[in-house]
Design a protein around this ligand. Structure first.
Ligand code: HEM
Ligand code: HEM
Length: 183
């Protein structure tokens, strides 16, 4: 049997679908910041929240997938240091996809607002009224980490371009299903 050199279809769909969702949810919240007061602002915040919760749900599926499947090897192989850095970066991306949306839900609930996902109201984790004092802090951590994620994604894309154009290995091809043999 030939060696599988690509991320499989499910993995690729999760990666590209979630990448799109993350870029869109970051873009809408930045655009919202530039708009004058009006109903469009609320609509953009809502899109931001829906996409954020979708990311939070899908990331668990993706983590199980990653745990159950082999990461396809990069050709030519990475040095130990490069391998370590890429694992660290991917770990931080996963952490961000869990912690940031969770903080988003928490700070809204701490403020006393209910949070809906596709019309369904999420159970309130903090609703005893004492959480209000933490809402501001939770919001600012959510926003700071969210803004830091933009830089992390930029570094991730820069690393991919480095692999593609400078190192000329098959890192990117594996994520589009074009490395070695097609699945
Ligand atoms: C991976 C998921 C998420 C990321 C990366 C993210 C990122 C961000 C960022 C960067 C900002 C601040 C933008 C600025 O500097 O002005 C922000 C604001 C906000 N986020 Fe999120 N977020 C995510 C998920 C969520 C979720 C799940 C909720 C709530 C259910 C949420 C609710 C909000 C709200 C209410 C704001 C403030 C909007 C305003 O200024 O009125 N976010 N988010
Ligand atoms: C247009 C933007 C993006 C491009 C071109 C891109 C490209 C890639 C490529 C080529 C890989 C394979 C790297 C390897 O195996 O070492 C990869 C892996 C990965 N990417 Fe992206 N990516 C993008 C956006 C994102 C975003 C927004 C996130 C999440 C915030 C993300 C999270 C990950 C993670 C966690 C991995 C490790 C493989 C996994 O477990 O799914 N990527 N990306």
């Amino acid at each position: 049997m030939k060696e599988n050199r690509n991320y499989d279809r499910v993995w690729r769909a999760l990666h590209w679908g979630m990448a799109l969702a993350l870029i869109a949810l970051l873009a809408v919240i930045e655009i919202k910041g530039e708009l004058p007061k009006g109903p469009l602002k609320g609509a953009l915040v809502n899109i931001h929240k829906q996409l954020g919760i979708a990311v939070f749900i899908l990331v668990w599926w993706r983590l199980v997938w990653r745990w159950k499947h082999q990461i396809p090897p990069i050709t030519p192989a990475l040095t130990r240091a490069m391998d370590g850095i890429s694992h660290l970066a991917h770990g931080l991306l996963y952490l961000a996809m869990i912690v940031i949306p969770a903080l988003g839900v928490l700070f809204k609930q701490a403020r006393g607002d209910s949070v809906d996902f596709l019309g369904w109201t999420l159970p309130a984790i903090v609703d005893d009224g004492t959480a209000m004092q933490y809402a501001k802090t939770l919001k600012s951590i959510h926003e700071t980490l969210g803004n830091a994620l933009i830089w992390l994604i930029a570094a991730h894309v820069a690393a991919v371009l480095y692999h593609y154009w400078v190192r000329r290995d098959d890192t990117l091809q594996r994520m589009v299903g074009r490395a070695g043999n097609k699945i």
